[in-house]
Ligand binder design. Sequence first.
Ligand code: MLT
Length: 267
Amino acid sequence: MPFARVNGNMLFYREVGEGPLALFVHGFPLDHSLWLDQLKGLAHVRRCVAVDLRGFGKSDPIVDRVLTMEMLADDLAGVIDALGAEKADVIALSMGGYVARALFELRPSLVRSLTLVNTRASADSAKARAGRDALAERLLGQGGSAITCDLISGLLSRKPSRRSQARVRSMIEGTRYETFIAALEGMKERQDRTSLLSRIDVPTLVIGGEEDAIIPEDEIRAMAKLVPGARTAVLSDAGHLAPIEQPDQFNQALIELFEGRKVVWWR
Ligand code: MLT
């Protein structure tokens, strides 16, 4: 099985296809399998690599107290190097988007294009930080099964398919508790990178879900407006996990980005 040794950790990745590297970065508390439809649908245009971030999925368990976005971004830079690539098209969802923005800030030369999916540039509000503490307490006090249903319904659209629910449940249940806690700390501490948006000078695609309960459509469109020349696609019948709920539209938007064609406005 493919692993890259980066910053002292073995990081798992799944790879298909040939051509320029496209690196897929999952959100929280998920893993590389978020992107299986993309690996299947885009292997003819890209060397697609979906990575398990430090501590997640099949990557090594961690002892870090906090997974900072900068630390995870440095890991991604290490993965791109380990794959022998000079640049990557970076496609990143939610927490993955926080990491991708940090990567662009720290190592912009590694990013050929940026696809920001169901994500925001701002830092956590005081309320959001308190919510993360409450979630961590519930997880440790009551165990994962107590919070999994709430998490799944927050991540998917109002009428999710069984396939989507099953895939999300598998990812959440596969996330180790220490990773869960350290990632929550990292997201709590993360920097506001709104001011970075106007400095993004690579082709950028912003994707949202019309039924995203975590990042509302208005916020997605407002963020996209701050990135010079960004394309936007807001997908219907999709919540916070557009790549799982609307894989065909999602893949089409990516192909149009890669080919330099204009992404249609989905509504
Ligand atoms: C994610 O999907 O990565 C998380 O919802 C992000 C967050 O909690 O801020």
